[in-house]
Design a binder for this molecule. Structure first.
Ligand SMILES: CC(C)(COP(=O)(O)OP(=O)(O)OC[C@H]1O[C@@H](n2cnc3c(N)ncnc32)[C@H](O)[C@@H]1OP(=O)(O)O)[C@@H](O)C(=O)NCCC(=O)NCCS
Length: 145
């Protein structure tokens, strides 16, 4: 398994722009949409996580402060590198980062295709599936120490 080096990158800087492109390619283009200027400017108070193998960006996610939790969103692994454990490494990094901020719960709105991935990494489903962007999603949450 390749070792991924994670960094928290700054909103508006080149590393953030590169992450926006990766998640736009993975999450939005297949739906025929992209991130609006308004959505992107609202991200300035969020934590932007990027993972690299050598100098290549391979995974990205955003952690949004929500009370005493973080909401994890916009999770995307480079297509050709999926199912090699990079997503699992990202989730562990996000937990470590959360602990450093004294935050011990992360939740997300998981696409139905990603529910097994989150479940295998300790997240449990809450409530029923709901529609977001025309895709069934499940709220999933993990609390840790
Ligand atoms: C969902 C996603 C983030 C998971 O990332 P990933 O890097 O593929 O995740 P992992 O490799 O850690 O685990 C995924 C699968 O690979 C398997 N796996 C884990 N480590 C592995 C390894 N070393 N070798 C082979 N397979 C492995 C896991 O069992 C898991 O199987 P599952 O899909 O049946 O649960 C990624 O597939 C992705 O970006 N998908 C498109 C965008 C998306 O859906 N984002 C989430 C929106 S909520």
């Amino acid at each position: 398994m390749s070792k991924v080096v994670f960094r928290v990158v700054n909103h508006g800087f080149d590393e953030w722009k590169e992450a926006v492109k990766l998640r736009e390619d993975v999450l939005r283009r297949p739906l025929g949409s992209c991130f609006s200027e308004e959505e992107l400017s609202l991200e300035k108070d969020h934590f932007h996580i990027s993972g690299y193998i050598d100098k290549d960006l391979v995974v990205t996610a955003v952690l949004v402060p929500k009370g005493d939790c973080f909401k994890m969103q916009r999770v995307a692994v480079k297509e050709e590198l999926r199912s090699t454990g990079i997503g699992a490494q990202l989730l562990l990094f996000c937990e470590d980062f959360s602990r450093s901020k004294q935050v011990y719960t992360i939740y997300c709105h998981a696409r139905d295709s990603a529910v097994n991935f989150y479940a295998r990494n300790g997240y449990h489903g809450l409530g029923e599936y709901f529609d977001e962007d025309g895709i069934p999603h499940l709220k999933m949450k993990k609390t840790f120490h």
